[in-house]
Design a protein around this ligand. Structure first.
Ligand SMILES: Nc1ncnc2c1ncn2[C@@H]1O[C@H](COP(=O)(O)OP(=O)(O)OP(=O)(O)O)[C@@H](O)[C@H]1O
Length: 365
């Protein structure tokens, strides 16, 4: 398994405002009356099988609370049936939540009428599906322009903007082809360009790459990561693929049986799993590719704080191993001119081996 980030994800900015605020959200499938009774009841903690037997209901999302911050790539990850799709569809009420509260930019989504909901789905939080629903008889350019047409953009502007977006997703020269004349990956790029044409504040991706072969899939992940970094658009991804989650996510919500069992950066999830389930989930991740020198460092002695190569705090352990091997001694972790600590052979090896980093002799600067 290779978890190398496509491009180092921008660190999740905890000071960034929330786009989505989700609080105590539930989705219970089943007869309406019975479903509405489950949240907050004695049945709420039953296993899926017990709940189904007692009430005939399925709790797909159970008491979930989180924020999606402006500009971040937020990944919802979990095994099949853990509730990912239901949760993300609840964000724009493609599935109606059973209980809880839900806001976008502070506006109550549950109070929106049909007109506002349509505007929400069209302009503010657009969903990109695995099968993009391209129009087979239209060219690439017209498929992308279609996204603008339904928004009422005039013909001339539409074509200019569509051409710009086709170029942006790397399809120059293919403007006049029809979807049937494109590879799966190219079709996905058209779908992506069409979603971008609406210029939504948030793009919601439902396992968009799962039907692609591994190489094209990797290419599309890199493409989306590039777009995310270039545009800083807020993105929410559903995936059941851990390496995809680690590659794309600034933060990852790991779901199990409708609950979020851990929400954190890739480094937090891999470096400090919340429980045995998460630990098991991340067991095969190459830790040195995900964890950074922050995990491996120890306090520096006065001498160490003054010498040796300087590494940024976001440097991965695998990169630090190279730096330490070349320099033959500890490397400093430096942030804004301040030495936060040092990494040496022992600390880096401990991380690779999954052991706690040695605390060393020095004192944190
Ligand atoms: N319309 C529905 N009616 C009843 N149960 C449903 C419905 N949709 C989903 N479920 C159930 O809710 C649970 C969560 O399903 P969901 O599709 O959200 O999971 P998922 O993590 O997205 O799975 P996958 O990765 O397979 O798509 C599952 O037990 C599923 O069977």
């Amino acid at each position: 398994m290779n978890a190398t980030p496509a491009a180092a994800p921008a660190p999740a900015d905890s000071a960034a405002p929330s786009v989505f605020s989700v609080d105590g959200l539930w989705k219970v499938f089943g007869p309406d009356k019975a479903a509405a009774k489950v949240p907050g009841s004695a049945d709420a903690d039953l296993s899926a099988a017990e709940l189904r037997e007692r009430t005939g209901c399925t709790a797909a999302v159970r008491d979930v609370t989180f924020d999606v911050r402006k500009g971040e790539a937020f990944v919802v990850m979990g095994l099949s049936g853990s509730g990912k799709s239901t949760l993300v569809r609840c964000l724009t009420r493609l599935i109606e939540p059973t209980a809880g509260s839900l806001a976008i930019d502070g506006e109550d989504v549950l109070a929106m009428d049909a007109t506002r909901l349509r505007a929400l789905r069209r302009h503010r939080a657009a969903m990109v599906f695995q099968h993009f629903g391209l129009l087979p008889h239209r060219t690439v350019l017209d498929n992308v322009a279609y996204g603008l047409e339904i928004q009422g953009v005039g013909r001339g502007d539409r074509r200019d903007r569509a051409a710009e977006l086709v170029a942006k997703v790397g399809l120059d020269g293919l403007e006049q082809r029809r979807p049937g004349q494109l590879s799966g990956g190219q079709q996905q790029r058209v779908g992506l360009a069409r979603a971008l044409a609406a210029d939504p504040e948030v793009l919601l991706f439902d396992e968009p790459f799962s039907a692609l072969d591994p190489l094209i899939r990797r290419e599309m992940q890199e493409e989306v990561a590039r777009l995310h970094h270039e545009e800083g658009r807020t993105m929410v991804f559903i995936t059941h693929d851990l390496s995809e989650a680690l590659r794309l996510g600034d933060r990852i919500a790991l779901m199990r049986d409708g609950r979020i069992v851990q929400l954190g950066t890739p480094e937090e999830i891999v470096g400090s799993p919340a429980d045995d389930y998460v630990r098991d989930f991340v067991r095969d991740v190459p830790r040195e590719q995900v964890l950074t020198v922050r995990t491996a460092m120890r306090p520096a002695t006065a001498d160490e704080a003054e010498q040796g190569p300087a590494l940024a705090p976001a440097t991965t352990v695998v990169e630090a191993i190279q730096a330490v091997a070349v320099s033959g001694g500890p490397a400093r972790v430096v942030d804004g001119g301040r030495c936060l600590g040092v990494v040496d052979d022992a600390g880096l090896l401990a991380v690779v081996a999954g052991l706690p980093a040695p605390t060393g002799r020095g004192v944190a600067a």
